[in-house]
Structure formats: C-alpha cells, structure tokens
Design a protein around this ligand. Structure first.
Ligand SMILES: CC(C)(COP(=O)(O)OP(=O)(O)OC[C@H]1O[C@@H](n2cnc3c(N)ncnc32)[C@H](O)[C@@H]1OP(=O)(O)O)[C@@H](O)C(=O)NCCC(=O)NCCS
Length: 188
C-alpha cells in the first residue's frame, strides 16, 4: 500500500478460490453447495457511503500500524479521481476493498488493497485488481502502479501473476523503516 504523505503532499497540505470439492453424495454435497454460496462475491463500486465499513476492514487487514486514517479514506473516496471497488458477500458484507486514484500524470495509482483474513486465497483481490484496471482504462489510463512492502511476498506474488513488474526499491518507505517496492504495469 502507498504511504500517501510521501507521494502526495496536497493530501496533507491542509491539515489502497478455491471451490469446495463436490461430494457426489447427499449431505456432504449440500454442505459443499452452502460453502460455495458463501464464497460468491460481488465486486461493486466503493464510495464514501461505505467509509466507516471500509475503514474498519482496513484495520483488520493492516495490523502493522500502516492502516489509513479515516480522513485519508474520506479524501480518497470523495475524490473525483477515485476508481475504487469493494467485494461483498451475498448478504452485503464488505470483505475486500481496493482504492485507486487517477494521478495528475494520468497514471493509475492503486493506493491500498485488503481482503478480510477469513476470505483470503479465493481470488477476491485478483478480481478487484482486474476491476480497477477496467476502470482505469475507461479513464484513459495506460500505466498503473502501486507500492508494496519488500517483505510482503504474498502480495508481490499476486501482483507479479497479474503482470506487474518491480521497477524500483524505495528505501525506508514505510514508517517502521521497512523498504517498499514500486511495481508498475502497462494496461494498454
Ligand atoms: C494481499 C491480499 C490483498 C491478497 O488477497 P487475496 O484475496 O487472498 O488474494 P487472491 O486470492 O486474489 O490471490 C491470488 C494469487 O495471489 C497470490 N497470493 C495471494 N496471497 C498470497 C499469500 N499470502 N502468499 C502467497 N501467495 C499469495 C497467489 O498466487 C494467489 O493465487 P493462489 O491462491 O491460486 O495461489 C490479502 O492477503 C491481504 O489483504 N493482505 C493484508 C493487506 C495487504 O498486504 N495488502 C496489500 C498491500 S500492497
């Protein structure tokens, strides 16, 4: 995720499955179907209307002290340049979010991305990333970028699989002194 104050001074100048195996027999099969139903996710636009729910989920996803403040989310989600989505379960519970911004240089910046721990490894982040790319393309974006902790191997694997490449190391990018990696993808 991006440390916004290092990238965008304007922000702070005034004050980002595996299906259940089908059991051919009776009860086990019904249980499998129920499980699959729970894993059916919708990807919908994320707006300021979901600010508090998103902020709470962010705190569950980023337990390293790098979660965004409520104000940062408010800024991002009310920006006209926001291209942001949420993943929801059939009952409407938000289990994932992705926040993208079209930057002044027309690059698409994915500032944060998170999936609730109990819904991970079911393709939710992948789907949200592809959705953001579609949204960016509609706005004429040709290059998308993001920052990721150098030690966050899982997230890097996700991005590499989707075609991102590491273009730069960002020494001490994070507030705890950890390095970041800048990853970039052409979405032409
Ligand atoms: C990183 C994160 C968003 C991934 O969400 P997710 O919905 O579990 O990811 P997906 O299921 O779409 O993963 C797709 C692929 O990415 C890779 N991947 C995702 N998480 C991984 C992990 N923890 N370890 C290794 N590879 C991982 C795998 O290749 C995976 O495919 P597979 O499950 O078939 O092996 C989620 O773990 C998370 O919220 N982490 C905490 C916040 C965070 O680090 N955000 C990113 C900041 S830059």
């Amino acid at each position: 995720m991006a440390v916004l104050k290092k990238i965008r001074s304007r922000l702070f100048s005034s004050g980002a499955g595996h299906g259940e195996e089908t059991d051919p027999e009776g009860e086990a099969s019904a249980a499998g179907a129920a499980q699959d139903a729970r894993w059916r996710y919708d990807v919908r636009p994320l707006t300021a209307a979901q600010l508090d729910e998103c902020w709470r989920l962010d705190h569950r996803c980023f337990v390293d002290g790098e979660a965004y403040s409520r104000e940062t989310f408010e800024y991002l989600l009310t920006s006209p340049e926001s291209v942001s989505y949420r993943a929801v379960t059939p009952d409407g519970t938000m289990v994932g979010f992705i926040v993208g911004i079209v930057e002044p240089d027309q690059t698409g910046h994915i500032t944060t991305l998170g999936v609730a721990p109990e819904h991970r490894r079911r393709g939710v982040a992948r789907r949200m990333l592809l959705k953001v790319e579609e949204g960016f393309r509609r706005r004429g974006v040709r290059i998308t970028r993001l920052e990721v902790r150098s030690v966050n191997a899982g997230a890097q694997d996700l991005y590499l699989k989707l075609g991102f490449a590491v273009t730069q190391r960002l020494p001490r990018y994070y507030s705890n002194g950890g390095d970041g990696l800048l990853m970039v993808k052409s979405i032409v």
